[in-house]
Design a protein around this ligand. Sequence first.
Ligand code: AHR
Length: 519
Amino acid sequence: MKNFVRFAAVLFWALAVGAAKTAFAAGATEAQMVVHVDQPGPVIHREVYGQFAEQLGRGIDEGIWVGVDSPIPNIRGYRKDVVEALKAIHVPVVRWPGGCYADEYHWRDGIGPRAQRPVRPNQSWGGEDRNVFGTHEFMDFAELIGAETYIGMNVGSGSAREMADWLEYVTTNGKSSLALERKANGRDKPWKLDYVGVGNEAWGCGGHMRPTYYADLYRQFATFVRSSSGTALSRVASGANADDVAWTEGVLSVAAELIDVYSVHYYTLPSGEWKHKGSATAFGEADWIATLRNALRMDAIINMHAAILDKYDPAKRIVLAVDEWGTWYDSEPGQSPLYQQNSLRDALTAAVTLNIFHAHADRVRLANIAQMVNVLQSMILTEREKMVLTPTYHVFDLYKVFQDATALPFELQAPDYALGAVKVPGLHASAARDASGGVHIALVNLNPNQAAELKLQLKGFAPKQVSGRLLTAAEITSVNTFDKGGTVRPSTYSGASLQSQGAVRATLPAKSVVVLDLK
Ligand code: AHR
């Protein structure tokens, strides 16, 4: 009997090893990673998981707000399914009302009885704004999902006075006429406003300004960003487009001491060309690798602006905010403005971008993906009563363990993934330790054709348990649709095993995102 047990154990082991070998046999690449758990770095501020909701297309109207009389289940007018999905991923901060639209938005249009609010054309994105989602609706929405608030002020076509009045309306606790007006409109206490955007893309849709002109205007407006309730308001300067370092130099050289947050916008286009960006769904491997290569440019872009920030702000007081980022594809005929599908490719671009933010946690302490619902690289898509979570949503879900965790340094060696002349790293990663001591490691396998076998070494930490979650799909073009919402969804990951002290082996499937949790 004893021998039989021994034989069965050996047979089981042989089968297990055989199965594992088969899994690695299909030409898996080999990679090594050393994580220095004993050398903690900066905190990954949860605000880098922020989102952007602009008043355009079906992003807010329909996507978030359906109104109290809608047959679609709602909480005081907000879609219940969307609210619940957003709460589940712990959205830390929401930016509103734009974007370009912020510089044509007048806050008084969006207060008071909804039926009496004016309808205005949306000059930036087309269509009309009924103004049913205004200040009260935005601030209450943020409270409902538990997020901090970021309002973009109108500098392009507004005035410092108009901005100061809006801030007084939102933040004053006293008996000023604006506070009383807010109370009469249904909100007794002031709201908690966290970030105040002083214009948006002032180099473009926000006024086509030159950097020194904007910098002076910034100084003027920033002077009147005040909160009478004493809460700290972080002033966000409208920063550069992608790698426009001349803008950064121009603005910081004039206004650095009045800036709390300096913003940068960078969008990932498969082709890199605004005229023909590329399709969200009809693409091949060349577009896949080009998109990931372009997403990875975020690291160089952050480095460029961070170097100038270091010159004017060596103490790193000023936050570098990437307050618009994500993929941007060609619009599809018949769709609402900036609506696009979201595939496994978007999941991987989101994952590598978040890894890059983690790597710059000392300076990048705010980011807002564009956008939340039905616009660009959305978390959620809706169609009347239907709702679907995108692959990007699932990355934010997998990665929520990184919010407020402490970044850990690491070295990663993996073969590049190349197609023709285009080359990107085969693996991309991030590591952090949470407040309860658990270590989380995000691993992205960019190669759509080969799994990777990773030997992981943890310095100063001997895990007793490893588990994880995996996001992948059959095709690089796999998407979730309203009829088939689970094509790209996370599953339990069982490809990792503990080895000797502090060592782990993990098989990372081709075109996948894995988040390992080690205790
Ligand atoms: O997110 C869409 C648009 O992209 C924003 O309105 C603008 O700021 C940027 O150009």
